[in-house]
Design a binder for this molecule. Structure first.
Ligand code: NAD
Length: 422
């Protein structure tokens, strides 16, 4: 059983209350480790440490900060294989996907901000008619920044928050998702190896309403960068707004993929299979409502279903598998419940619609067949609520106006795709 601790002051520190959460490997459905169930006390310790470290880090020469961040990026690249395997073990995603996408993007986050910080500029403006008066902007670090990330792209989104905060001279208290904490723990070790001064980055795993909320509510945390569900974002906004904290929220989606008859059909088909089911549909940008011009609806439906049927689902360690496990038993159940709801709402399942139990090591893992559903109204719950799994719906449209109305007809506005030559 692997036990990880909090990373505070550059050291591995057990949680104050000695409580732990189980860490499950979704592809095999077994517990492989324990992680801290941190509380307010641990957050207090981490924030105090980060606050004490702030003046020195904020006044560290930009070139030195840039060099350290660049070294972190190099080390992530060097450890790409171990990080990808750890991420797949936590998350269920194919190791190949983590190796080719998630981990390289995590190192890119550090490398990008290590360079950007050396090019930062302000701006200044003379007041018209009074050239002796000038307004100007300067960029200054805020202090302690709280970074809270989700489970779907664990290291990539964690570093997307931490890298800019550190580059610009802030110190950080960060909480990875309690479901996928291991690569965050590895990042702590990498930061030590890269020479990041201890205390500048503190990593505190735990539950959202306990450790996460304690970060958001702490008066010394000046800004929150959060990625996750819209409901959670609303709770965080409600807590942070009265304290006038700076807030960055990246939330959920119900993304339309609008396909017009004049599109480059082969390119569209290939990409739509990928953009619907990459990472088991657990990417905030995955298209989940596919809207197709009626004249090509039937052709698209049969070609798409045939391609989806050729997707292999199974052990994420096997490179030939396109889809791995979904992230947890609870999430698998949520997806299956939505599929049952879609049927109740009058949807026809064209393929998928069930759990999968691969043979061998993954027999007890949490797998769901890629699922395509048609016949649903745009206003039904299946088409309005984020499922965040390998489930897409198909809807035909007759005109550009109708396509736009369907595409925009949800409360979400995160991302959209359109396929047309015009
Ligand atoms: P989630 O909202 O349940 O959790 C996200 C993080 O917030 C976790 O670390 C969790 O512990 C923490 N948290 C939960 N309650 C909290 C609270 N009260 N106070 C502070 N922190 C709290 O989301 P999830 O299930 O981990 O991730 C999936 C969601 O993330 C989906 O909705 C997806 O669309 C969204 N997402 C959005 C983007 C984007 O860029 N827009 C990217 C990836 C994922």
């Amino acid at each position: 059983m692997e036990i990880i601790h909090n990373f505070i002051n550059g050291q591995s520190i057990p949680p104050a209350n000695d409580q732990y959460l189980e860490n499950v490997e979704p592809a095999i459905g077994e517990i492989y480790g324990k992680i801290p169930r941190s509380t307010e006390q641990d957050i207090q310790l981490a924030v105090e440490a980060a606050k004490a470290a702030f003046p020195a880090w904020a006044s560290t020469d930009i070139g030195v900060r840039a060099d350290i961040l660049s070294k972190i990026a190099d080390l992530i690249d060097q450890k790409r294989s171990q990080l990808a395997q750890a991420e797949s073990r936590d998350n269920g995603k194919p190791v190949k996907l983590a190796t080719l996408v998630d981990i390289p993007r995590a190192s890119s986050n550090f490398r990008f901000f290590s360079r950007a910080i050396t090019q930062w500029s302000g701006s200044s403006y003379f007041m018209r008619g009074q050239e002796s008066l000038q307004s100007f902007t300067i960029h200054q670090p805020l202090g302690v920044v709280g970074c809270i990330s989700p489970w779907n792209l664990p290291l990539y989104l964690f570093t997307w928050k931490i890298a800019p905060a550190l580059a610009t001279g802030n110190t950080v208290v960060a909480k990875p998702s309690e479901i996928t904490p291991y690569t965050a723990y590895m990042l702590g070790e990498i930061c030590n190896e890269a020479g990041l001064p201890p205390v500048v980055l503190n990593i505190v795993p735990g539950l959202g309403h306990e450790a996460g909320q304690a970060i958001v509510e702490h008066p010394e945390v000046k800004a929150i960068s959060f990625t996750g569900g819209t409901k959670t974002g609303s709770i965080i906004a409600g807590l942070a707004a009265p304290k006038f904290k700076k807030l960055s929220l990246e939330l959920g989606g119900k993304n339309p993929n609008v396909i017009f008859a004049d599109c480059d059909y082969d390119k569209m088909l290939k990409t739509t299979v990928l953009s619907s089911f990459a990472n088991q549909g657990q990417i905030c940008l995955c298209g989940s409502r596919i809207l197709i011009e009626r004249s090509i609806y039937n052709k698209f439906k049969s070609d798409f279903v045939a391609k989806v049927n050729s997707r292999k689902v199974g052990d994420p360690k096997i490179d030939e598998n396109h889809l791995g496990a979904v992230v947890s038993a609870a999430h698998q159940q949520k997806i299956l419940d939505y599929i049952a709801l879609a049927e109740e709402e009058g949807g026809r399942i064209l393929t998928g619609g069930h759990a999968i139990h691969p043979k061998g090591r993954c027999a007890k893992g949490y797998f769901v067949a890629p699922t395509v559903i048609e016949g649903l109204d745009n206003n039904c719950r299946t088409n309005q609520e984020e499922i965040f799994g390998p489930v897409v719906t198909l809807q035909p449209f007759d005109s550009e106006e109708e396509a736009l109305a369907l595409a925009n007809g949800t409360a979400y506005g995160l991302a959209s795709t359109s396929w047309t030559q015009d």
